[in-house]
Design a protein around this ligand. Structure first.
Ligand code: AMP
Length: 420
C-alpha cells in the first residue's frame, strides 16, 4: 500500500477530489519541547508533507521535514521557542526547492491537537479568544500537555493571523459517557469543586478506529457495539455503543487503566503511601515513578518499555518478558470482559496503535482469553501489520479487526468539516 495515500478515503473526499477542490490542512501536535506536523489535502485525504521539530528551546534543536515523494531533510538549527519552530516549518513548506505549496495562502486551515477539553468541549471547535480562555481553564487537568498545545496555537495565530484554526480534543469523544462510568467513589465535593472525574484520552483514535470498523464490516455505526484497544506506548480501551463512547480505561489523567510502556495503569491507591514510607519518597517522586518507571518497563525489571523487545524476549522464553507480556494481555482481556458487560454484548473488537495494529502476537495473546465471545482468529489474516484487516476467522461470533489509527487524518477531517 502507498503509505502516503490513505486507504480510507471517504466518499465525500472522493467527490471533492473529483471536483478538483483543494483544502490543505496543517495538523499541529505541539508538545513541551517538540512539534509534529502534517499537511494533508482534506479534499482527497492525501498526505502532502510531514515532519517534526525536536528539542525546541534546548540546545541541538532540529527540524525533520519530509515532503511526500521527496527526500527527507534534517536541519539542525536553533529554535528558541515554538513560534520560531513553526516559522521554520512554514518556511520549509513554502521553500522554493523542497516546498509543497507556493505560499501560506494555500494552507486553508490549521487543526490543533488539544489533550484536555475538560467538560467544556464535547466536540471540535473553531478557535476564538473565548475558546482559548476555556482551554486555559482546563490547564490544571493536563499541566504537562495543555499549556504546550496553547503555545502552538499562539505561534500559529501570530504567523498566520487570517487562517482559521480548529481545536480537536483528545477527551471530546468520551464526553458521552454516562455518569456511572465517569464518577469516582470519592467525596462528591471533589467533583463539584475541581471536576475530578474520568475523562479518557486517545479520543480521536477511538473515534476514528470505531468508525473505520463499522465501514469495514459494512454495518451502520449506530447499530454496533465496538471495543477499541489502542495499544501503543500509551494504551487505553474504549466501549462504543450505538455510535457513542460509554466507557474508557484512562481517567482524570492518562495514568489509569491498562499497563502501558512506562505508566502503571490501575493499581491499589494505597501502594502510593506504602512505597512512599518504605522508600522515603514524596508524592511527586512516587507519581514520577508511576508515570515514567512503571508499566512494562517496571514490570520487566527495567528490560524495556518497547513492546518489540518484550515480544522478542517472550519468544525466547525470557522469564521477565513472559511475565510482563502475560500481565499486559490479561489486563486488556479483563477490560474487554468488563466492557462487554457494560454494553450487554460486543460485535467487534479492534486493535490499533503501534502494538495493536502491528502485532499478531498480542492480538493472539489477548484473544486467547475470549473464547466465551465465540472468537476465533484467522492465523493467516492475523499476520496483518499496519493494514486494515478483519483478523477473525469467518465463523467467529465476534469480529476482531486490526485497524491502523490515523489521528492526524482524523484531525484534518474534523478541521475540514468545520471550516469548509
Ligand atoms: P505508538 O505509541 O502507537 O507509536 O506505539 C509504540 C509501540 O508500538 C512501541 O512499544 C513499539 O514497540 C510497538 N510496535 C511498533 N511496531 C511493532 C511491531 N511490529 N510489533 C510489536 N510492537 C510494535
Amino acid at each position: 500500500m502507498n503509505k502516503n495515500a490513505y486507504s480510507t478515503i471517504d466518499l465525500s473526499a472522493r467527490r471533492n477530489a473529483q471536483m478538483g477542490i483543494k483544502m490543505n490542512i496543517l495538523v499541529i501536535n505541539c508538545g513541551s519541547s517538540s512539534l509534529k506536523f502534517q499537511l494533508i489535502n482534506a479534499a482527497d485525504e492525501k498526505l502532502i508533507a510531514k515532519g517534526l521539530c525536536e528539542r525546541i528551546g534546548i540546545e541541538g534543536s532540529q527540524l525533520v521535514y519530509a515532503p511526500t515523494g521527496g527526500e527527507k531533510i534534517t536541519t539542525v538549527t536553533p529554535m528558541k521557542d515554538h513560534t520560531q519552530a513553526i516559522g521554520l516549518v512554514l518556511n520549509a513548506l513554502t521553500d522554493e526547492k523542497a516546498g509543497v505549496v507556493k505560499s501560506l495562502q494555500e494552507i486553508s486551515a490549521v487543526g490543533h491537537r488539544i489533550v484536555h477539553g475538560g467538560e467544556k468541549f464535547a466536540a471540535s471547535t473553531i478557535i476564538t479568544d473565548e475558546v482559548i480562555e476555556a482551554i486555559q481553564e482546563c490547564n490544571e487537568l493536563a499541566p504537562l500537555h495543555n499549556p504546550a498545545n496553547l503555545v502552538g496555537i499562539d505561534a500559529c495565530r501570530e504567523l498566520m493571523p487570517s487562517t482559521p484554526m480548529v481545536a480537536v480534543f483528545d477527551t471530546a469523544f468520551h464526553q458521552t459517557m454516562p455518569e456511572e462510568a465517569y464518577m469516582y467513589a470519592i467525596p462528591y465535593e471533589y467533583y463539584q469543586k475541581y471536576k475530578v472525574r474520568r475523562y479518557g484520552f486517545h479520543g480521536t483514535s477511538h473515534s476514528y478506529v470505531s468508525h473505520r470498523a463499522a465501514k469495514l464490516l459494512g454495518k451502520n455505526y449506530e447499530d454496533l457495539k465496538i471495543i477499541v484497544c489502542h495499544l501503543g506506548n500509551g494504551a487505553s480501551v474504549s466501549a462504543v455503543k450505538n455510535g457513542k463512547c460509554v466507557d474508557t480505561s484512562m481517567g482524570l489523567t492518562p495514568l489509569e487503566g491498562l499497563i502501558m510502556g512506562t505508566r502503571s495503569g490501575d493499581i491499589d491507591p494505597a501502594i502510593i503511601e506504602f512505597i512512599a514510607h518504605k522508600e522515603g519518597k514524596n508524592i511527586d517522586q512516587i507519581m514520577d515513578i508511576l508515570n515514567k518507571e512503571s508499566g512494562v518497563l517496571g514490570l520487566s525489571g527495567g528490560l524495556s518499555s518497547d513492546f518489540r523487545d518484550l515480544v522478542a524476549g517472550y519468544e525466547k522464553g525470557d522469564a521477565a518478558s513472559v511475565r510482563t507480556m502475560k500481565a499486559f494481555a490479561y489486563r486488556v482481556a479483563k477490560y474487554i470482559g468488563a466492557y462487554t458487560a457494560a454494553m450487554n454484548g460486543v460485535d467487534a473488537i479492534c486493535f490499533t496503535a503501534g502494538f495493536g495494529e502491528n502485532s499478531g502476537f498480542i492480538r493472539n495473546l489477548v484473544c486467547d482469553y475470549l473464547g466465551f465471545l465465540g472468537i476465533a482468529l484467522d492465523e493467516q489474516a492475523n499476520k496483518a501489520q499496519g493494514e486494515e484487516t478483519v483478523v477473525s476467522a469467518a465463523g467467529s461470533r465476534t469480529k476482531v479487526l486490526a485497524i491502523p489509527t490515523n489521528e492526524e487524518l482524523a484531525i484534518a477531517r474534523e478541521t475540514f468539516a468545520l471550516v469548509k
